[in-house]
Design a protein around this ligand. Structure first.
Ligand SMILES: O=c1ccn([C@@H]2O[C@H](COP(=O)(O)OP(=O)(O)O[C@H]3O[C@@H](CO)[C@H](O)[C@H]3O)[C@@H](O)[C@H]2O)c(=O)[nH]1
Ligand SMILES: [Mn+2]
Length: 369
């Protein structure tokens, strides 16, 4: 899409919306105008016998833990249970080029002008325009309407690189960690920053899964949200882990990661005490994890994301295994994830995952996969 194009295309045949839920999907009513043209992949966490209603009119497939175990067999061990990390199963079963994932407590936000924000449209714009990881444009997104490269920006770099990830933000409840939430219980994010930026090559970032889009063909196999929640010593680091793995692989492949617009309205603050229990090991482990990712170097003969991810798993086992046996388990989970990805996405595969397709009018649950 050229920078000049006003409205990005509706990619209803090329994009799936993945929603993890342990609550309800009532929030979709507010998104209907923006989401109804798209196919939803709902990953229902928690009790598989619970019926999660999908508002009428939405085209969807829904997977419970039982479905995940039926489809993956023993390899289902790599998909988390009782953590939003379960959402990555949706990335695996999708057959589309793009994924947008959103939490069930995220609603349509408004610009300062009062205009409702079509978050999906902005993500599509972000993904269809290039990124600029090698040289920072001080006027932010040069491909945005009414913007360009500033003086001194090398012309040899103005073509940019393909964008793999579009990381959106949140008004109202910010994605703070538990300690910050505890000391700032009433703080709300009211700042609407009208900018999209490419995260520079060599810089890591804390990826939040609340309002996130990515090019599944470019980076899908690296979007594993790890082993979190039930039976694991850590939670709420699912998206963070994925973000660190994705960024080092994007840097190696010269793919771009953008952050900024669009905003959604995050309505529910999860319990900071519960969050502290889930996060606390991560809070000190990450002081070793980050330097590990900062020094990751891939062998030059690895060219596909799947190969790079398997190589990274080996590095995780070697480089982080001393911290806690969990990291060896996580490294194994990374390999199982790729094996599962290959099982569901064989190179020669034609057609779609044969999950029962819901029609939204009380459509069937996914049982014909
Ligand atoms: O066990 C669970 C818990 C939650 N979910 C679904 O996941 C998302 C996020 O849940 P929630 O809104 O309660 O959590 P937040 O603290 O606001 O989320 C932030 O932390 C990340 C979790 O790691 C998350 O991506 C961030 O946005 C909702 O849709 C829940 O229904 C679940 O499936 N299983
Ligand atoms: Mn939330």
């Amino acid at each position: 899409m050229s920078a000049m194009q006003e409205v990005p295309p509706v990619l209803s045949e090329e994009l799936d919306i993945v929603i993890p839920t342990i609550r309800s999907l009532d929030f979709l009513e507010q998104w209907r105008a923006f989401f109804e043209p798209y196919h939803l992949i709902v990953v229902q966490d928690g009790d598989p016998s619970r019926t999660v209603g999908v508002p009428a009119g939405f085209d969807y497939e829904l997977y419970t833990r039982k479905d995940i175990e039926r489809i993956l067999g023993p390899k289902a061990s790599c998909i988390s249970f009782k953590d939003s990390a379960c959402r990555c199963f949706g990335y695996m079963v999708s057959k589309k080029k793009y994924i947008y994932t959103i939490d069930d407590d995220c609603f349509v936000a408004s610009k300062p002008s009062g205009e409702k924000i079509d978050a999906l449209q902005q993500h599509i714009r972000n993904l269809l325009t290039p990124s600029t990881p090698f040289f920072f444009n001080t006027l932010y997104d040069p491909y945005a309407q009414g913007c360009d490269f500033v003086r001194g920006y090398p012309f040899s770099l103005r073509e940019g690189v393909p964008t793999a990830v579009s990381h959106g933000l949140w008004l109202n409840i910010p994605d703070y960690d538990a300690p910050t939430q505890l000391v700032k219980p009433v703080e709300r994010n009211t700042r609407y920053v009208n900018a999209v930026m490419t995260i520079p090559k060599g810089t890591l970032f804390p990826m939040c899964g609340m309002n996130l889009a990515f090019n599944r063909e470019l980076i899908g196999p690296a979007m594993y949200f790890g082993l979190m929640g039930d039976g694991q010593p850590i939670g709420r680091y699912d998206d963070m882990w994925a973000g660190w793995c994705v960024k080092v692989i994007c840097d190696h492949l010269s793919l771009g990661v953008k952050t900024g617009l669009p905003y959604i309205w995050h309505s529910k603050a999860s319990n900071p005490f519960v969050n502290l229990k889930k996060e606390y090991k991560g809070i000190f482990w990450q002081e070793e994890i980050i330097p590990f990712f900062q020094q990751v170097k891939f062998s030059s003969d690895k060219l596909t994301v799947e190969e790079l991810y398997i190589e990274l798993a080996g590095k995780v086992k070697e480089g982080l295994g001393h911290i806690d046996p969990y990291f060896s388990k996580l490294a194994d989970g990374m390999v199982t994830w790729i094996e599962s990805w290959r099982q569901l996405n064989p190179p020669a595969a034609e057609g779609e995952t044969t999950a029962a397709k819901g029609t939204g009018a009380g459509g069937k649950l996914a049982n014909g996969h």
